[in-house]
Design a protein around this ligand. Structure first.
Ligand code: SF4
Length: 336
């Protein structure tokens, strides 16, 4: 790896889906699912991508994995550009970048035994010398995710939801990945099981130096495992900073609204709940100016016509809002 260079660099990534209509199937509109997203992730770091359903966060993950062709922008893995790499050269990239999906049951083939599910990536990447070696390596993967080795001949339905997600994580580790994209990987799990899987991911990160892109709709979920957080709204990142700053001193009104909905240990403690009105606008026809202006409690005239750039508001902290101070202090960018 190039010294000081992030493991993953994403520059102005765009993914627009054409909507076709008419007899000739011409493009009549576009879904602006991801519309200029930039971030990076260092080796051993967790970056969480958070936002409501439909904000484009899962599309970012799928575009990085080349499950969708990107519309524009650049993606680098360990310094090597991968967004436009020929399919025939993608194999080493796929070995290094793996994914864990939300639903562990549907992502595991019910007719395959665990030894074959975990053995498949080992065989595909030529990592096992023979069947005995493959079974030994699968056993080591089971150790890593704290499942019994003697369960490798069972089928997915013989495991609980949390255990199946451990198998999903083991499958992502199998080819020796150093970046794992967790796409709502704990969202379907009960609270206690969710905490166990998060602890497992943190331990694996410490042990293996993994980088994680953790995609979630829920800020409370990411609080205990992330290093930095990028908040997405309608295809754009609206705030990006380290965990401590985001939870203690958020800048963007949307982040404040998301945080105000996070349950606190003492429900009687005073808090400023920000209730967002209206639905998320359609990504087919996003609002002019600031995309959040139709729901923002601090909207003013400028917001409707001028799109706020993502700009630095503190060390390692950027926010896309015309307000220069944390919401509540009404200084405006350009006048403060
Ligand atoms: Fe709200 Fe305006 Fe800031 Fe957008 S730019 S978040 S509408 S105050």
């Amino acid at each position: 790896m190039t010294p000081n260079r992030p493991l993953l660099e994403v520059k102005n990534l765009k993914k627009h889906f054409p909507i076709r209509g008419g007899l000739l199937g011409r493009t009549t509109a576009k879904v602006y699912a991801v519309d200029g997203v930039s971030f990076d992730i260092a080796k051993g770091e967790t970056l969480s991508l958070v936002g409501e359903s439909g904000c484009g966060k899962s599309t970012v993950g799928k575009a990085l994995l080349r499950l969708y062709p990107v519309t524009d922008g650049e993606v680098y893995l360990d310094g090597q550009r991968i967004d436009n790499m020929a399919a025939s050269k993608l194999r080493p990239m796929r070995q290094r970048m793996q994914v864990v999906f939300q639903d562990p049951f549907s992502s595991l083939n019910p007719r395959m035994r665990i030894v074959d599910i975990l053995g498949e990536p080992l065989s595909n990447f030529g990592m096992a010398k023979n069947r005995a070696d493959l079974r030994e390596r699968v056993g080591l993967l089971m150790d890593k995710v704290r499942l019994p080795r003697d369960a490798i001949d069972r089928f997915p339905h013989e495991f609980s939801g949390g255990q199946r997600q451990r198998i999903g994580i083991a499958r992502a580790l199998a080819p020796g990945a150093d970046l794992i994209i967790c796409d709502e990987a704990v969202s379907a799990l009960d609270v206690s099981v969710k905490a166990q899987i998060i602890n497992l991911l943190v331990d694996l990160q410490d042990e293996l130096g993994l980088a994680l892109l953790f995609i979630s709709h829920d800020l409370a979920t990411v609080e205990h495992l992330t290093h930095r957080v990028a908040v997405m709204y309608l295809g754009k990142i609206v705030e990006l900073t380290d965990r401590r700053t985001l939870f203690a001193k958020p800048h963007h009104p949307y982040t404040k609204a998301l945080l105000s909905a996070v349950p606190v240990p003492d429900p009687t403690a005073p808090r400023n709940r920000v209730i967002l009105t209206g639905d998320v606008p359609s990504p087919i026809n996003p609002p002019s100016g600031c995309r959040f202006h139709t729901r923002c409690p601090l909207v003013h005239d400028r917001c409707r016509v001028e799109e706020p750039a993502l700009r630095t508001v503190g060390e390692g902290h950027s926010s896309a809002c015309h307000l220069t101070h944390a919401p509540g202090e009404l200084a405006m960018a350009g006048s403060a």
